[in-house]
Each structure stands twice: as structure tokens, then as C-alpha cells.
Design a protein around this ligand. Sequence first.
Ligand SMILES: [Zn+2]
Length: 355
Amino acid sequence: MDKRIRLIVAIIAVAALVGCGRGKPGEIGEPMQPEKPPLPSRTVHVFCYHGVEPETENFYFHRSADFEEQMQTLADEGFESITCKQLADYLGGTEDIPAKSVLLSFDDGNLCVYENACPIMEKYGFKATLFLNTGSMGGETQMSWQHVRDLHSRGYEIGAHTVTHANLTKRAESQSVEEHEASVVKELTESKEQIEQMIGEQVVAVAYPYGNYDEFVMSAVREAGYRLGFSIDRGAVDEQSNPWRLPRQMVVRDNSLRTFKRWLAQEPLHLAGLSPSIGQVVSQTDIEIRARVLDDDVNPSALSVEAGKGTNLSVSEETNEIVITTTLSKGANNVRLQHPGSPSRERSWVIVCRP
Ligand SMILES: [Zn+2]
């Protein structure tokens, strides 16, 4: 072979090798860029609050002193609050988050959050995401857009909670499937657009009213341009969590500090091969749910289960699958699995029944 041809062949061979490497293709002669290592595994505790008042009759709100005790606990235990954008970047594999992360969120845009919760959170260096119903802003007990813009400029994140606080999995008797789906899309897109107009920034996340979701809702959330959808399912979030149905632990007035600390020590329960799948709409009320437990430290027979009427859990001897039999009610049902152990693991999810 001619010397020059041999040189060209050699160059092509080197170029092919570099190009085929798993790293970024670099110029010949430059060191290859190593591929970014995967992000470390992180457990994120996501909390859902509704309001804080000095004293309160409202079961979903907190007394200021109790809320402050929880913020103090988070600070003492070294937790940092993250935003939905940070969580979306972490789940997308592009940015890491602190090893001890919490995501604090408030639903429904109550004015008492602005007045009482925000000063307490700021005292401990925390920020939250506020999930707003855009159709009820500015009422007597609601934040106005001015409050929202003020909080946004102070570093709070604004998310959507639909326009009218609609139960997205519930189809009215008078609605056709098409009409129902169109109304879900409208609730999701209009609330997102209005918030974006008001704050001049993209909305990353939606919180499902009543925590209810199904397959259509999740696909509509993705289509609308959200990056995350939050339920009020039980359990913590980690890198394996599905971004369209992230669990959030709801905290209510009578939850003790001990319970709050227990949630902070929890890890997710990992399941595979779940049937019916999460968000699947089923037509029969008597159902059998099957899944495999992936966590080595979990003894499937030690799981406790809560679901519909007459719920029973057994473990298949052949496949080691858990088998839950239960009778669902019409509408959204919660199935909840808990494992005591250390760490304790928990997980719940929604199954919608439309007979
Ligand atoms: Zn709500």
C-alpha cells in the first residue's frame, strides 16, 4: 500500500475508534471525554401542607408552633429544601441534589401560608413550592397574584394545582369520554399558562387535586409541558420514581413530631411487574393486584396492606410475588403497602375503578 493511503486508512481507523467510544466524540489527538458517571442515589422526602395559623380549627392546617417545630427538626437534622426544578433535573440525570433533601409544598394558595408559613420557613433557610388553583386567586382567604409575585421574587417556586381544583379522574355523568379528556387538558394547560404569564417563568410541576391521577391524566401532564406530577401517595421519592406520579406525604394538624421524624427516616418500597399497573383504570370492583418486591431487606410476608373492602395479602410460593385481593369502590382507590424494618419502607398508589 502506498504510504499516503496507509496514513489515511490509519486516520480513518482512529477516527472510527474515537467515534465509537462511549465518551463524547472528540477531535483526533485530544483526550476522550469520559462519560459523566450516573448521579448518586438520593432519597427525597416531599411534604404536602395546606396552611399555617397561630391556632387553627382546620384539620388540614398547622398551628404555627407545630409547623416551626417541624422546620426546626429539618434544620437540626441537616436537611436542605429543594425546588421541583432541582428534582426534575435530578430525575433527568443532569444535576445532583443535596444528600439530605426535602421538598416542601403548599396546596391551594391559602393566604395564611404567605402570612405565617413563609416567615417560619425563611427563619430556617427553607423555601417551598406553592401549588395554585388559578381560578380562585384573590378571594378573602386566598393569595392574590401580587402575593404570588412577591413570593416568587423571594425564591419560592410556583406550581399548578389546576384551574378549578378538579378531580381529574372523575368523569361527570353528563360528559362523554372526549369531553372529560378535553376538560382535563384545559385544567392542566390553562393553569400552567396563566401562572407563567404572571411570574414570567416556566412552570415545572403540577399537584393533582385530591392526589388523583390515571394514565390519561399523566399523559396529558406530559403533553402540557410539565416535567413533574405530584400525587399524595405515601412514601419517599428516589431516582427510580416515576416523574408523573411522585409521592408526597400529606402532613395534617394532628400528626405528631414523632410521626414526622419517622417519615424522614423512611425509604421507598420498590415494586416491579405491578398488575394492574399504576394509573390503570379497571372496570371490575373485585380485583387481584400482583407485584414483585425488589428490596432485599423486605420480607414480603411482613408487609401490611390497606386497600378496599376485604383486603387480603398473600405471597405466591412459586413466584414470590405478593398477591393482594380487594374490593374497590367506584372512583379513585388507594392501595398502601408498609414494611416495618429498618429502614421502614412504604408506598401507596391510586387505582381508578370505573365499573
Ligand atoms: Zn388542593
